[in-house]
Design a protein around this ligand. Structure first.
Ligand code: ADP
Ligand code: MG
Length: 354
């Protein structure tokens, strides 16, 4: 189905429907008729003593590493669980209000679908729901992120045939097998993009006595990191501080070395996929062998990830189109097709399934 059409755009003027991906690394907001209108890091800067929220999103991330002692910048969803509730609430409030700026309605009361990590407890689900209502939502629905990702990736989740998604985010990797609107088997792991960055930091320290920052590590991962041999291996200059001399230093590293550094995290992700496939009923496996393994999330963009999954599972793996926006788009699509997709919504409370 098309994600943008003029009729939807017109409807959007009168009622706001938004899909939110509360990711561990990035928060995205999809507005019906408009597409993705917000894409910001999931960071919040707070004053330590008073716990007052000072900045959210891109502005808060800017502060990382530059804050005075009484201000901390945190990622409330980092480990895939909503650990800091008030902070998550402030974030949701900020993003919903910001999405309003994109509408002409004076007092919009949006309907929202929020993708939440599949590990969250009922209490946390309830908390997110309440936060959305407190932020002015007329109706709020929660959906498990792998389900939203699969819908956004165009997988036939409501059909009586098996499909599978591997969502590699910042804090967590989630694997889920779907059939008839439900998750049949799933698995998750607190190893994803962040852990890969950490692997590179450790590698630079152990092999070169070089201390590098998280952001440098992430840049290296994106530029030359891989999960499978590259058609053409590359090199890159790694800048940091020499731990022996204490002075600035730079070394040249190759994509082969970085692949080696990332291998333990990548192996854990492969093990999770294999383990999930092993627990999948045979009928669904035969469907999956036809449709392939769909990869989503920022980690799906690691070079050679699909080739590696294909080689290890003997099932063709493919990267979803625009893998980092699948959850937000999928959440938005649920609102557009509530009559078909109602069954995929999580409900902890009757009010959510009116
Ligand atoms: P989340 O859903 O947890 O917020 P995302 O799906 O937004 O996470 O993915 C964020 C992760 O993807 C980060 O760890 C980021 O470094 C990683 N990432 C983004 N682009 C690439 C790329 N081209 N290669 C490898 N990793 C990437
Ligand atoms: Mg995600």
């Amino acid at each position: 189905m098309p994600l943008w059409n003029p009729i939807d755009a017109l409807l959007g003027l009168f009622s706001l429907d938004i899909g939110i991906d509360l990711g561990t690394a990035n928060t995205l907001v999809f507005v019906r008729g408009k597409g993705i209108v917000i894409n910001e890091p999931s960071w919040v800067a707070i004053e330590k003593e008073s716990r007052r929220v000072l900045a959210i999103g891109a502005e808060a991330k800017e502060m990382v590493g530059r804050t005075p002692a009484n201000i901390v910048a945190i990622r409330p969803l980092r480990d895939g669980v909503i650990s800091e509730f008030e902070v998550t609430q402030a974030m949701l409030d900020y993003f919903i209000k910001k999405a309003h700026e994109h509408s002409f309605i004076p007092f919009p009361r949006p309907r929202v679908v929020i993708g939440i990590p599949s590990g969250v407890t009922e209490v946390e689900q309830r908390a997110v729901y309440d936060a959305a209502i407190a932020a002015g939502a007329r109706e709020a629905y929660l959906i498990e992120e792998p389900m939203a990702a699969a819908i956004g990736a165009g997988l036939p989740v409501t059909e009586p045939r098996g499909s599978i998604i591997v969502d590699i985010g910042g804090g967590t990797t989630e694997v889920a097998v779907f059939s008839m609107g439900g998750i049949v088997v799933s698995g998750s792991l607190r190893v994803a993009g962040d852990e890969m960055d950490e692997d590179i930091i450790q590698y630079a320290r152990q092999k070169y006595n070089l201390m590098i920052g998280e952001q440098t590590a992430e840049r290296v991962k994106i530029a030359i990191g891989s999960a499978y041999p590259l058609p053409e291996e590359k090199t890159m200059l790694l800048r940091g501080r020499n731990l022996v001399t204490g002075l600035p230093d730079a070394v040249e590293v190759s994509s082969i070395e970085i692949r080696e550094a990332l291998s333990s995290s990548v192996n854990l992700i492969i093990d999770l996929i294999r383990d999930t496939l092993e627990r999948t009923p045979p009928e669904l496996i035969s469907d999956i062998m036809e449709s392939g393994i769909c990869l989503a999330g920022g980690g799906a963009l690691l070079k050679g990830m699909a080739e590696r999954v294909t080689a290890e599972t003997h099932i063709r793996a493919w990267v979803a189109q625009d893998p980092m926006t699948c959850v937000a788009r999928g959440a938005g699509m649920v609102l557009e097709n509530l009559h078909v997709l109602r069954q995929v919504i999580l409900s902890t409370d009757q009010r959510e399934i009116r």
